[in-house]
Design a binder for this molecule. Structure first.
Ligand code: ZN
Length: 339
C-alpha cells in the first residue's frame, strides 16, 4: 500500500509476495502451474517466495499482500507501468484474493495500486505484456487461448482473464474495498466495480475510452448499473474522464477524500466493517450481488460480451489488429484531449 506512514503501520504486518509460481516470467512454460496459483488459495507465502528464489528470479512481485489486523491489503505493484494488468498480474491478484478469502483472520480486503495510479487498465503495451502466454485456467472451463486462431483465441482468453476473473472475485464472500488514486481507466474500472465499496482520492479519475478501438466498453459491462444509463452513454460515447467528485455525485463511488487521508479513511472504513459478524457480512454481500443480478447485471454483461467480441473480430478483419491499431500511447493521449 502506498503512502502509509511508518507511524500508522500496524504492529503486525505480514508482508509477502503473492507471485504464483507459473506467473514468474522466466520460469518456463506456465502449463499447469497457473492452476497451482488458483488452487493455492491458502499457500503459505514461504512456499510462494521459495519458487522465485529457487529459480533465481530477482524481480519485484507484481502484487503485494499485507495483513493489518483483520484487513488484508492486496496491492497491484507495477507502478512503472501504471499498474497495467498483464496476465501475470491477474493471476497473482487471483492468488492474493484467494489467500485472503481462505484466511480466517481476514474479514475485509482492500484492493490498491502502488504509485500514483490505481491502474491504467489491461496491459496493451508494456514490456511485460504477455497476451500470448497461458497461465492455466482458474476462473472458467474455457480451454487455453494459446495457439488458437481468429475470434476463438480472443473470446476464450477474455472469458478467463477478464470476465471470468471479475465474476470470480465479485463472488468472494468477504467485503472488498477499492482504494483508488490517480487513473482508474478501462480494465481498471472492472476491478473497482467488482469491489463492494470504492473510496477514492480527490485526484482520482475514471474513464472507459475503448470505443476509440471500436469496442463497446470493457468486458465487464457494468456501466449502466454503476451509474445511470444516460450518464453511461455519455461516459462511453465520449470516453472522457469522470472526476472523483463527479463519480461520487452520480453514486459510482462511496467517498472522496484528500490523497493524504486516503489510507487512513480506507482502513477506518475497513475496520468498521470488520467488526461485524463474518457470516452476516457474507450473506448481505450475497444478497446485494443477487439483487444486482436480478436487476439484470449478469445478463446485460453476457449480452455486451458478445458484442464486445463482435467488435474485436470486426477489427481483426478490417484493420491492423483486434484493437484497431490503438496502443497504450494513443489511448493515453486520447484521455488528455480536452472535452
Ligand atoms: Zn476485449
Amino acid at each position: 500500500m502506498t503512502g502509509r506512514g511508518e507511524g500508522e503501520a500496524p504492529a503486525e504486518v505480514a508482508r509477502a509476495t503473492t507471485e504464483a509460481p507459473g506467473a514468474v516470467e522466466g520460469v518456463g512454460a506456465a502449463e499447469g502451474s497457473g492452476a497451482a496459483a488458483g488452487s493455492g488459495a491458502a499457500e503459505g507465502s514461504g512456499a510462494v517466495e521459495g519458487v522465485g528464489a529457487a529459480e533465481g528470479v530477482a524481480q519485484e512481485p507484481v502484487v503485494l499482500y499485507e495483513v493489518a489486523g483483520s484487513v488484508a491489503v492486496v496491492t497491484m505493484n507495477r507502478p512503472q507501468f501504471r499498474n497495467a494488468q498483464n496476465a501475470r498480474m491477474t493471476y497473482a491478484l487471483d492468488a492474493a484474493l484467494m489467500r485472503a478469502a481462505a484466511d480466517d483472520g481476514v474479514k475485509v480486503i482492500v484492493l490498491a495500486g502502488a504509485g500514483q495510479h490505481f491502474s491504467a487498465g489491461h496491459d496493451i503495451g508494456s514490456p511485460g505484456r504477455d497476451i500470448d502466454k497461458s497461465f492455466g485456467r482458474v476462473a472458467t472451463m474455457w480451454w487455453e487461448h494459446e495457439g488458437r486462431q481468429g475470434a476463438e483465441a480472443w473470446y476464450v482468453r477474455e472469458q478467463e482473464l477478464y470476465l471470468g476473473m471479475c465474476r470470480r472475485w465479485r463472488e468472494l464472500p468477504k467485503p472488498i474495498i477499492a482504494r483508488v488514486q490517480g487513473a482508474c481507466v478501462a480494465g481498471a474500472l472492472m476491478l473497482a466495480w467488482i469491489c463492494d465499496l470504492i473510496i477514492a482520492s480527490e485526484d482520482a479519475f475514471f474513464a472507459d475510452p475503448v470505443l476509440r478501438m471500436g469496442v463497446p466498453g470493457v468486458e465487464y459491462f457494468a456501466h449502466p448499473f454503476v451509474m445511470n444509463p444516460r450518464l453511461a452513454r455519455e461516459f462511453l460515447y465520449t470516453g472522457d474522464r469522470m472526476s472523483a467528485a463527479r463519480a461520487f455525485e452520480v453514486g459510482m463511488i462511496n467517498r472522496v477524500v484528500p490523497l493524504a487521508d486516503l489510507d487512513a479513511v480506507v482502513m477506518a472504513v475497513a475496520e468498521r466493517i470488520a467488526d461485524k459478524p463474518r457470516f452476516g457480512l457474507a450473506l448481505v454481500k450475497r444478497a446485494i450481488n443477487q439483487a444486482e443480478d436480478r436487476m439484470g447485471l449478469r445478463d446485460a454483461i453476457d449480452a455486451a460480451y458478445g458484442l464486445h467480441h463482435l467488435a474485436h473480430a470486426h477489427n481483426a478483419l478490417t484493420s491492423e489488429d483486434h484493437l484497431k491499431g490503438q496502443d497504450a500511447r494513443s489511448m493515453a493521449r486520447s484521455l488528455k484531449e480536452k472535452p
